[in-house]
Design a protein around this ligand. Structure first.
Ligand SMILES: CC(C)(COP(=O)(O)OP(=O)(O)OC[C@H]1O[C@@H](n2cnc3c(N)ncnc32)[C@H](O)[C@@H]1OP(=O)(O)O)[C@@H](O)C(=O)NCCC(=O)NCCS
Length: 207
């Protein structure tokens, strides 16, 4: 099996290491990378950190282990085109066979993706997320723990859902929208990059 490296050295990276251990693949990980500008030589969870300029895509596959969707997109756009990104599904997650998941996406423990769901590339579904039937999640969509998305929703590129938020069926969420912790989304969130909070979720005015 090819070697594996993580781009990211923070809390979510350590959670991805847990996920890999649970998949029996912990031994594949040989390096944790971070941007050259912020890199300091140290060990995280017993693994040496490296500046990303030392990453060689011929040597290892790479997991983008950074929770923020916009940061993840930026990091990926700076990487060599031939980089390969594994798709990771925790053994205690369930993805129905009728659903598809794109390259680099991560489904954490306790999550359930039901039937006929289309999930793009570099999507992160954190712990105990549920995605209902016929949803479409564009690239880089990210959920925090315990998010519930009802059936037939369309979630735009890079949209982020805070812990314990939930979305009514057939709702559309614009690209890069941010849904706050505990928000209850009952209608379309139309503003790209807008921050929505509360029950029902409303656009948070910018100060
Ligand atoms: C919505 C969110 C992105 C706003 O962050 P922010 O712009 O830094 O907001 P602030 O903390 O400065 O708060 C701004 C205002 O929004 C309110 N607010 C913030 N988050 C809120 C939420 N989830 N629900 C309701 N109101 C919220 C604050 O009370 C504050 O109100 P005020 O202006 O009347 O004082 C953030 O609070 C949030 O919920 N992030 C998700 C966190 C998460 O799920 N993490 C999981 C990690 S795995």
């Amino acid at each position: 099996m090819r070697k594996l490296a993580l781009y990211g050295c923070g809390g979510f990276a350590r959670e991805v290491l847990m996920l890999l251990e649970d998949l029996g693949q912990g031994d594949r990980v040989t390096a944790l990378y971070e941007s050259d500008e912020i890199w300091t030589a140290r060990a995280v969870a017993g693994i040496a950190t490296q500046p990303i300029s030392r990453f060689d895509p011929a040597d290892a596959d790479l997991v983008l282990a950074v929770g923020n969707p916009q940061a993840r997109r930026r990091l990926q756009s700076s990487l060599p085109a031939q980089t390969r990104y594994p798709t990771l599904v925790h053994p205690d997650a369930r993805v129905h066979r009728s659903s598809g998941i794109g390259e680099g996406s991560i489904v954490c423990a306790g999550s359930i993706v039901t039937c006929d769901v289309a999930i793009g590339r570099q999507v992160h579904l954190n712990l105990a997320t549920t995605i209902g039937h016929d949803c479409r999640l564009e690239d880089f969509v990210t959920t925090a723990p315990a998010v519930n998305i009802s059936g037939h929703c369309e979630l735009g590129t890079g949209a982020y859902f805070g812990t314990n938020s939930c979305v009514r069926e057939k709702v559309r969420v614009a690209a890069d929208a941010v849904v706050g912790m505990g928000a209850v989304v009952i209608g379309d969130l139309a503003q790209a990059g807008g921050v929505y909070v509360g029950n029902p979720a409303r656009l948070k005015p910018t100060r």
